[in-house]
Design a protein around this ligand. Structure first.
Ligand code: 5RP
Length: 231
């Protein structure tokens, strides 16, 4: 089994074991989150307890329901105790790049209201600085090529994400433009600039949420150094 796969399984198991009962859970999207949901399902089957969850994607919602969680819409809960999610990259400030699975809009809405966020990443994801990175952007389909032209003034290259021959659609009916950057010096400033571009709904840059980040190489799990993460 490849290291990354082992790492995701280990992270999923440890996160599922650490979760307090009776918490309202936010669930992100992606393969690491799928491993977490599987492990949580196992824990619930061994010793049943009720767990309310908000899911960032239809696929996570289906997995969560299959695992025995009660999935509810975000607008029906007053707060989320823990959000558990993955990331495509994380820097020393705890800034995340997300959206590899096209669920960035809902993932942000969950992390934004969560009391605590736990981000699970294999050891290929931490970066000292964001260099040669792709930032996924959720955009309105109407006039998307004009939005891409506007984005090309900021990024090295901008590509429409496809699913087969058609544009990839998010669960909210948006397109994804993948924007490449040689180097990102100020992720917060870039996020704000990109969000102001007409047609852009959200970016994959998650700045200032101060998540707890767990990293694994498939053998063990460690927490990314808190002291280094000063925004
Ligand atoms: C989905 C995401 C995922 O968390 C991110 O792409 C990481 O995915 P994986 O756990 O499969 O490596 O942001 O929008």
């Amino acid at each position: 089994m490849a290291n990354a796969v082992r790492a995701k399984q280990l992270l999923g198991r440890e996160a599922a074991a650490a979760l307090p009962e009776d918490s309202v859970l936010g669930i992100g999207s992606g393969s690491t989150v799928a491993a977490f949901i599987d492990a949580l399902g196992e824990r619930i089957r061994e010793k049943p307890f009720s767990c309310l969850a908000v899911a960032a994607s239809e696929s996570s919602a289906r997995l969560a329901e299959g695992a025995g969680l009660r999935v509810v819409p975000l607008e029906t809960v007053a707060t989320i105790d823990f959000a558990v999610d993955g990331a495509d990259a994380v820097d020393v400030h705890g800034t995340l790049i997300k959206g590899g699975g096209a669920a960035l809009v809902r993932e942000r809405l969950i992390i934004a209201v969560a009391q605590q966020s736990l981000i699970l990443v294999d050891d290929s994801k931490p970066m000292t600085t964001f260099e040669n990175v792709t930032i996924p952007l959720a955009v309105i389909p109407f006039g998307w090529s004009n939005t891409r032209s506007r984005l090309q003034r900021e990024a090295a290259a901008v590509t429409l994400r496809l699913a087969g021959e058609s544009p990839k659609l998010t669960d909210d009916g948006l397109y994804i433009l993948d924007a490449q950057f040689d180097v990102i010096e100020d992720a917060g400033a870039l996020h704000r600039r990109l969000k102001l571009i007409d047609g852009v709904v959200d970016t994959g840059l998650f700045v200032g949420y101060r998540p707890v980040v767990w990293v694994s190489d498939g053998q063990r799990v460690w927490t990314m150094e808190e002291a280094a993460r000063i925004d």
